[in-house]
Design a protein around this ligand. Structure first.
Ligand code: ATP
Ligand code: MG
Length: 354
């Protein structure tokens, strides 16, 4: 079976280096491999509104920001259909049908959603839409018959929920109407959930602990130099802890043996650097300056491309709107198939009467 790829980001801010290693790098690889039937990337504005209902402008303004981030990271609009979620209203219709197949208890058990509810301090003000966003995410995937979903680890519970919905739907309505999606995680474990610069479990736009793809060189350096390391590693001679140390986590994700040759040739690789840090005698400033060099090298060309793209925002909007119209047709075909399977194809009744 050929791959149908779909993945998405919430337009709640610019994309950060967690997105890059967690999902964008795999998207670029898939784009290069070229063995897919269809390839969609969705800007999930409807989903972003589930916790930003009072901040529509933020969501609206970030749509173009995320689109520019994609293009500057190397996503090729000739190979990938990038579109805006709310321009495909069929997704909302599908969500309604799916809602009947999921219990409230199941939704409240979702570990990612649980964490996000806590992080946002929702307690008694939890919007129904937010609790249900895993269901709408299942609709996004199913509408396009997607079977390959490049994501970070926090999305695994969403994929599990989507798979349950597909099974329930196909079971309830007796047909293989919907396709089972598979997550595609980064091979490198360190890339699956990049922590925040503050040591928070996950770098995320909503937590404000990010290094953004668009950050200027001074900003990147400032953030790297402030990153959480080992609070007990006070003097250079102290032995340091690598586990839970954000700088080493980032190096796990971004540094290659090539990076050492280029920026820190006195060490052969990351293992050697870690061993020195553990034994004592290696200061935080040195490892941070190395990380800074590695990140600057990755982000400079992305930032340059962004500057060029920012000059013609209209053509990016036009591309998004055109794609929205195109992909709507596909979602429409899926909804028709679903309704037929459910027996909601009422026009058939009319034909019988005539
Ligand atoms: P928000 O805080 O608004 O939820 P976010 O930073 O979590 O934003 P999303 O748009 O929710 O970003 O996630 C988009 C994709 O990026 C998902 O596939 C997600 O798994 C991946 N991703 C997000 N943050 C990270 C991270 N820190 N490490 C690895 N992957 C990540
Ligand atoms: Mg998120």
């Amino acid at each position: 079976m050929k791959k149908i790829i779909l993945t998405a980001d919430r337009p709640t801010g610019n994309l950060h280096i967690g997105h890059y290693v967690g999902s964008i790098a795999n998207r670029l690889k898939l784009q290069e491999q070229n063995d897919y039937e269809k390839y969609y990337i969705m800007i999930a504005d409807t989903q972003a509104l589930t916790d930003n209902a009072d901040n529509v402008d933020k969501v609206k303004n970030n749509i173009i920001q995320v689109a520019i981030d994609y293009l500057s990271a190397g996503i090729d609009p000739n190979k990938v259909e990038i579109f805006i979620q709310s321009q495909v209203p069929e997704l909302a219709e599908m969500t309604m049908y799916f809602m009947n197949l999921v219990t409230v208890a199941r939704l409240t058990r979702n570990p990612t959603v649980k964490d996000e509810i806590k992080q946002r301090g929702f307690a008694n003000s939890l919007p129904v839409g937010f609790l249900c966003y895993p269901i709408s995410q299942a609709a996004d995937i199913c509408a396009f018959n997607a079977n390959c979903i490049p994501v970070g680890e926090d999305q695994l519970p969403m994929l599990e929920q989507a798979r349950e919905i597909v099974r329930s739907f196909n079971h309830a309505y007796g047909k293989e109407v919907l396709t089972l999606p598979e997550p595609l995680l980064p091979e490198n474990e360190a890339c699956r959930r990049l922590p925040g610069i503050d040591g928070g479990l996950k770098m995320s736009k909503s937590a404000g602990n990010c290094i953004y793809l668009k950050d200027e060189p001074e900003e990147i350096k400032r953030k790297v130099m402030s990153a959480y390391t080992d609070p007990n590693h006070i003097k250079i001679s102290d032995p340091g802890k690598v586990e839970g140390n954000v700088v080493f986590k980032y190096l796990d994700a971004f540094a290659t043996d090539e990076s050492f040759k280029k920026f820190l040739p006195e060490y052969k690789n990351l293992e050697e650097l870690k061993a020195h840090y553990r034994n004592g005698g290696l200061g935080d400033v040195k490892i941070k300056l190395f990380l800074n060099n590695v990140l600057q090298e990755l982000l400079a060309p992305i930032r340059e491309r962004r500057k060029a793209l920012e000059k013609d925002i209209d053509s990016i909007y036009k591309m998004l709107f055109e794609n929205g119209k195109k992909v709507r047709k596909i979602a429409g075909e899926t909804i028709l198939r679903m309704k037929e399977a459910m027996g909601l194809d009422y026009e058939k009744l009319l034909k019988k009467e005539n």
